[in-house]
Design a protein around this ligand. Structure first.
Ligand SMILES: *[C@@H]1O[C@H](CO)[C@@H](O)[C@H](O)[C@H]1NC(C)=O
Ligand SMILES: *[C@@H]1O[C@H](CO)[C@@H](O)[C@H](O)[C@H]1NC(C)=O
Ligand SMILES: *[C@@H]1O[C@H](CO)[C@@H](O)[C@H](O)[C@H]1NC(C)=O
Length: 234
């Protein structure tokens, strides 16, 4: 009879032991909880990162995905959902924007179109559609309205444009925006070739806490919007 135990290398025995012990810990529920939590958080981040990258919002507008999707809904009932297509008619009025906010913190909200006059040759990238600073919590209506909201006005034949909403946390409370331009919803002043990243840098805005975007192409509301934008000088 042959005794072969001594021919099993010790390394394999201890590896085998580790595997058995790991399996036992998993079976006992030892590590299951932490594993599940980590996976959920990671897949969320991956989702957001993926959606923004798939549509080229990363890198065209931002470098890193926001922490969460902002919830955006229009009086028409339309909602913004990671690049879904909406019609200019559906998004003509100022939407409600919500995100996870600290009640004592202040936020800055942007809406920009990086695809003007079209996505192939975006020589006016970006168009500033909306800019509100010093928003207490998520009370956008109580913020400092710098650029009046204007909906989507993609020229006829220019294809789909992306309309991107971004919410940055202001790292140290209120900011003095008194030197920043004020633009009404009846004017194109300061809207073309807007660089929201420069504003973020200039005013030292902090973390990109939320964002979302939709796409839109020409519909018969666009001429009305363009007439509105030509109706004022302020
Ligand atoms: C993560 O996913 C859960 C479930 O799908 C969702 O309820 C939650 O809002 C997501 N969190 C973020 C930050 O998007
Ligand atoms: C929009 O473009 C299409 C195709 O180029 C053209 O047939 C149509 O007349 C245009 N509509 C308007 C309102 O200019
Ligand atoms: C433009 O802004 C004014 C003043 O905030 C507001 O009363 C009006 O409803 C806005 N018009 C459109 C079409 O959004």
């Amino acid at each position: 009879m042959m005794l072969r135990v001594h021919s099993v290398p010790w390394a394999s025995v201890s590896l085998w032991l580790c595997l058995v012990l790991d399996a036992a810990r998993v079976a006992l529920g030892d590590v299951t909880t932490t594993t599940t939590t980590t996976t959920a958080a990671t897949s969320n981040m991956t989702d957001i990162q993926q959606v923004f990258a798939e549509h080229g919002v990363i890198p065209d507008v931002i470098d890193v995905a926001p922490k969460e999707f902002a919830k955006i809904s229009y009086p028409s009932g339309a909602t913004v959902d990671g690049g879904n297509e909406l019609r200019p008619t559906q998004v003509k009025d100022q939407p409600k924007v919500e995100w996870t906010a600290e009640p004592d913190a202040f936020y800055t909200l942007f809406m920009v179109d990086p695809d003007a006059p079209n996505r192939q040759e975006p020589k006016f990238r970006e168009i500033g559609h909306w800019l509100v600073g010093n928003i207490p919590g998520t009370k956008v209506e109580d913020g400092e309205h710098m650029y009046g909201f204007v909906g989507s006005g993609p020229p006829n034949g220019s294809g789909l444009h992306r309309y991107v909403f971004l919410v940055y946390k202001q790292p140290a409370g209120r900011i003095d925006f008194s030197q920043a331009p004020r633009v009404s919803n009846r004017s194109r002043n300061h809207r073309l070739n807007y660089k929201h990243r420069e504003f973020v840098k200039q005013y030292g805005l902090g973390e990109l806490v939320a964002g979302n975007f939709y796409q839109a192409q020409y519909d018969d509301y666009v001429p009305t919007l363009h007439a509105q934008l030509s109706s004022g000088t302020e």
